[in-house]
Unconditional design. Structure first.
Length: 397
């Protein structure tokens, strides 16, 4: 395929090179975009169109002009990092959804994690693997103690969103970086570029590291991941890090294969449930009538969904299967309200990067140890000069 400038063919690029770059993120189906389909058919594309399209799909246009050797080295490095960091990482998969872990998000977070570790700021994380030989109750108590979480504090009469935000800060204070999905300010390609199902089907996952483990929560990218689900996912993934139990594999077709035994998966849920809904609390309910209003009251107290509460009560024999069926709330189809809010660039960046990543990147920018171009690649995955200027001005960096 020729790249033309001012109507004249300038540089010829092998079609296989373009296809390989676009297939870096196969779940996004970038190769099907109209501009590329027309270019393959015509055998040419203008440099202006290539550059503009690269900005939309957040892939540096310079990649298309790498030599075959350099391109292979670049892509092989990316794929090796994925294999090392993510292939044996657990995913908080939901039934019927959460089946995709976008490689774009994975790549971005791996780069950020590598940068954080390279600074030498972070010591070995004592939480990693610390739950291996603990009982269910002891593991739950250890998580609460390590992250300075008091159950009475967690059960305060406040919204689940506020509780989630406070929990994320506590986790970040112990050098576990919690990143959240956001669709504002070109942090990720918008849904006019990438099929919405890619984000809709994204659930939480962890990226292993002995110094700064990463947790990703879908937040805005998956509308079904309401605050109560994200609180559960946060503790579930913390349990994985504490057990050092990265035994789910991300398959090439983006399905999740369990390589460990189902007993191990059950243990993860048992610890998470004990942490959020202690058995001592459910024993107080045993023998009493659980009504719909009581169900909702308890769900709000424990910061879980009504369904998650009922599942726990049924598993512990507090309610019967028939009571579970009668109390189970009808599914509510959430309306797609879009994202009318336009937060500050710095707000979106801090949410996506997570506390530790956000702080460390800003230190590097302010101290001059992190070049502006590298900072943009860490945050956006590609140059975003206007967004970066606004970002720096908002934070006075």
């Amino acid at each position: 395929m020729w790249v033309s400038v001012n109507g004249q063919n300038s540089v010829e690029i092998d079609d296989s090179v373009i296809k390989r770059i676009l297939n870096l993120y196969p779940e996004e189906k970038l190769i099907n975009r109209k501009i590329f389909q027309q270019a393959f058919s015509a055998g040419s594309i203008t440099f202006k169109n290539l550059k503009e399209e690269s900005e939309k799909i957040l892939i540096p246009w310079q990649m298309f002009f790498l030599s075959t050797t350099n391109l292979n080295q670049t892509i092989n490095h990316i794929e090796t990092q994925r294999q090392h960091k993510v292939s044996k990482k657990i995913v908080a998969k939901r039934k019927g959804q959460g089946k995709i872990t976008p490689k774009r998000i994975v790549d971005r977070l791996i780069r950020q994690q590598n940068y954080l570790v390279s600074t030498g700021i972070f010591p070995s994380n004592s939480f990693c693997g610390s739950l291996k030989y603990e009982s269910i109750k002891s593991a739950a108590d250890k998580i609460l103690d390590h992250f300075d979480i008091d159950r009475d504090w967690m059960w305060r009469d406040r919204g689940k969103e506020a509780t989630l935000e406070a929990l994320i800060k506590k986790v970040g204070n112990k050098n576990i970086n919690v990143s959240q999905g956001t669709l504002a300010h070109k942090i990720l390609p918008n849904t006019r570029v990438v099929p919405s199902s890619v984000y809709k089907n994204t659930s939480g996952f962890a990226i292993k590291d002995d110094h700064v483990p990463f947790i990703f929560l879908p937040s805005e990218t998956n509308q079904d991941e309401v605050a109560s689900r994200q609180i559960y996912t946060l503790f579930y993934l913390l349990t994985i890090i504490g057990l050092d139990q990265y035994e789910f594999i991300l398959e090439p077709n983006f399905t999740i294969k369990i390589t460990g035994t189902t007993i191990k998966e059950v243990r993860l849920h048992l610890i998470t449930s004990e942490l959020l809904i202690p058995r001592s609390e459910t024993e107080k309910i045993r023998g009493t009538k659980v009504t719909e209003s009581r169900r909702d009251e308890l769900a709000n107290k424990f910061k879980v969904s009504p369904t998650a509460l009922l599942v726990t009560l049924r598993r512990r024999g507090v309610i019967s299967s028939s009571e579970f069926d009668s109390l189970k709330p009808k599914p509510i189809k959430l309306k797609n309200t879009g994202h009318p809010r336009t937060p500050k660039v710095s707000t979106s960046v801090s949410k996506f990067c997570g506390l530790k990543s956000f702080e460390t990147i800003n230190l590097g920018i302010k101290g001059g140890t992190l070049p502006n171009t590298q900072a943009q690649h860490l945050i956006w995955g590609a140059p975003q000069k206007k967004g970066f200027l606004k970002y720096r001005s908002e934070l006075s960096l």
